[in-house]
Each structure stands twice: as C-alpha cells, then as structure tokens.
Ligand binder design. Structure first.
Ligand SMILES: NC(=O)c1ccc[n+]([C@@H]2O[C@H](COP(=O)([O-])OP(=O)(O)OC[C@H]3O[C@@H](n4cnc5c(N)ncnc54)[C@H](OP(=O)(O)O)[C@@H]3O)[C@@H](O)[C@H]2O)c1
Length: 319
C-alpha cells in the first residue's frame, strides 16, 4: 500500500511517502481501499510527538478517519462485503490507500456522496454531531461555535442550523465570513462573538474549538443551564474561570475526545451519526465542505494548508 509516513517526530521534514505491505484484516475488521483521506490537527500533534495514538496502531501513519470501498473482510464481519462504500473512524493509519477499520466503527456512505465528499465527512461530522448531543442542543436553542470555518466548525454550524438552532459562528479570517454565513449562521469575530451571545440572552450551548483561554468568557456567555463542550484547545489547555459564574448559571462544562473511547462507545457514537447525520447528508440538508485537495505525494503542502488561517472545510489528500 501507499502511505504518508512520519519518519520520526518533528516538523514537515519528517513527512515522507512510502510503500508498506497491504494489511490483512483480522476478526471483526475490514480492509478499506481509499481514494481520498482527510487530514486533521491531531495528525500534526502526532507528527510533533504530542499525541499518543492507541497501542497497536500502524507505526508512523497518522489519520483518525477513513472513507472508501471495502476491499476484503476478516472473520466475524457480519455487515460489510467487498464493494460496499463506507466511512468512519480508525485509531490511526488513515493516511494510506489501504486502511484497516473495525467493522462496527463504519457507516454506509449514501449514494449521493462521491468519494471526495465522503472523505470530508467522518471526523468533522462525527465530532460535531457527538458534541451537539453532549450539549443537549434543541430546536430553537442558541448555539455558539468557535473556529467555525474549519472541518469540525463548518459541520457543527450546519448541524446546528439543520436542528433549528440559532447559530453564532466565530471566524477570525474575514475572507470566509460569507461562506460560513451561507451555512446558516450569524458570523462574528472572536472578540465580538460572546458579547453578541450575551446580548441575545446567552448561549444554550457553546462548542469550544480554539482554546482553554476562552473558557472563562464562554461561561459568562452561557444562558442559565447552558452547556460548554470543549472539543479542541489548539491554542492552550490552561483555563481560569469563575466558579461562581458557573454556579450562578447552573452551567456544565463537558470535555470530549473521540479517539480514546472504548470500542463500544465508539460504535455507539457512529451508530448515532449514521442514524441522524447520514440522512441529512443524503438529503443535501448538510454538505461536506472541501477546502482543498493535494496529491498524497504533496503531503507537506497539504499539512501547510491545514496550518494556514482562513480554510473553509477540510483538507484532503488524494491517493
Ligand atoms: N475532541 C475530539 O475528539 C476532536 C475531534 C476532532 C477535532 N478536534 C479538535 O477540534 C479542533 C478543530 O478541529 P478541525 O478539524 O475543525 O480543525 P481545522 O479544520 O484546522 O479548523 C481549526 C479552526 O480553528 C480556528 N483557529 C485555530 N487557531 C485559532 C486561533 N489562535 N484563534 C482563532 N481561531 C483559531 C481556525 O481558524 P483559521 O482558519 O482562521 O485559522 C479554524 O476555524 C482542533 O483542535 C482539533 O484537534 C477534537
């Protein structure tokens, strides 16, 4: 198989392209043939040696998600057969044209999505949907999404709007304001986002994708019984906040990570995604957003784009 392989830990200099023997699916696993693969901020952390992937993951091959066509199946796989189109989560190894996945961590790709579109879905939409469930967001609720132009952010804005919430989206790069607004959000800068939420009566749910430094202000902007779900803290994990404000709001702070979940938890997360989000994708009520596609041989440039401000949606590699 062909793969993007990190030769060690460090910067872009450790990114290489190489060949490895095709993996063979074990019991409960399938081998997926991949044409397009999404890259993620966690891949950068893994490359820098700051992200511990679960034991048994392919060495040096990052990638927590997969989309493609089932090539072969191991023993005890009930649902899938060769030729089925699938997408879902893997522990690692997603940045390759052959990927092993647990059969119950996959959902069926609807025929309305081509391979590119399908590749832009799993990590972004599963994370966003799961976070909105944790936030208990309901129709008519007020949702704040920070980092709203990235992979998870664009999915969260669309899912919030599809649910009938009023969505406030934080975007720091004005060039993508119009694109995010078209997804169904009122777009604000990071410095005006929370003031606006307070002006409207407070946020019922906040998805924090940027950093722990914002958590104090997030809590101030929550409505009574509001929920703050912390999904990503790329700018830092240390928070200072007023517990008095948290108490006064009867608010909750909920942390979440997909990858460290047990296999059963992950299967349940994907089942919820398949029953709620996949129909919305099939009907076109939410859509996968692709910022850019790079040949896998140009993975250095793809990672460069991922780290640049002003993306709109996902960065993909093609194999
Ligand atoms: N908990 C989980 O299981 C889980 C799963 C998936 C992702 N995540 C995390 O969630 C976060 C978002 O993931 P993603 O895939 O959406 O990443 P992404 O596509 O790279 O998007 C990142 C978003 O954050 C914004 N951003 C980054 N640094 C910023 C800063 N200093 N100030 C303001 N905005 C900033 C970006 O805006 P610009 O375009 O202006 O840079 C963009 O909107 C990441 O931290 C990721 O690791 C967590």
């Amino acid at each position: 198989m062909r793969a993007v392989i990190f030769t060690g830990t460090g910067g872009p200099e450790v990114i290489t392209v190489g060949e490895r023997p095709d993996p063979i699916p074990k019991a409960g696993q399938v081998l997926v043939a991949v044409a397009f693969a999404g890259i993620n901020p966690a891949d950068v952390l893994q490359r820098e040696g700051r992200y511990q992937v679960p034991a048994g993951s392919p060495v040096g091959i990052a990638g927590p998600e997969v989309a493609g066509t089932v090539l072969s199946i191991g023993p005890e796989v009930g649902r899938w057969k060769p030729g089925d189109r699938v997408f879902g989560l893997v522990n690692a190894g997603g940045l390759a044209d052959r990927v092993i996945a647990s059969s119950d961590h996959l959902a069926a790709v609807p025929p309305e999505l081509d391979d590119r579109a399908a590749a832009a879905v799993p990590e972004a939409f599963i994370t966003a949907h799961d976070a909105l469930r944790k936030a208990g967001l309901k129709k008519g609720g007020r949702l704040v999404v920070t980092g709203a132009n990235g992979g998870v952010g664009t999915a969260a804005v669309q899912l919030g709007a599809a649910l009938g919430a009023y969505v406030l989206a934080g975007v720091r790069t004005a060039a993508v304001n119009g694109s995010v607004a078209e997804l169904g959000a009122e777009v604000l800068t990071p410095s005006t986002l929370l003031e606006r939420a307070i002006q409207l009566g407070g946020a019922d749910a906040i998805l924090e994708l940027i950093g722990a430094a914002y958590i104090g202000a997030d809590i101030e902007a929550l409505a009574p019984n509001g929920r703050l779900v912390v999904v990503g803290v790329p700018t830092g994990a240390d928070a200072a906040f007023s517990v008095h404000t948290l108490m006064a709001r009867r608010a909750s702070i909920i942390g979440t990570v997909l990858r460290s979940r047990t296999n059963l938890e992950k299967a349940a997360t994907i089942e919820a995604f398949e029953s709620v989000v996949v129909p919305l994708l099939a009907e076109g009520r939410v859509r996968p957003l692709i910022d850019s596609i790079f040949p896998h041989t140009d993975a250095v440039a793809a990672f460069g784009r991922l780290s640049q401000a002003g993306k709109f949606g996902k960065v993909l590699l093609s194999f």
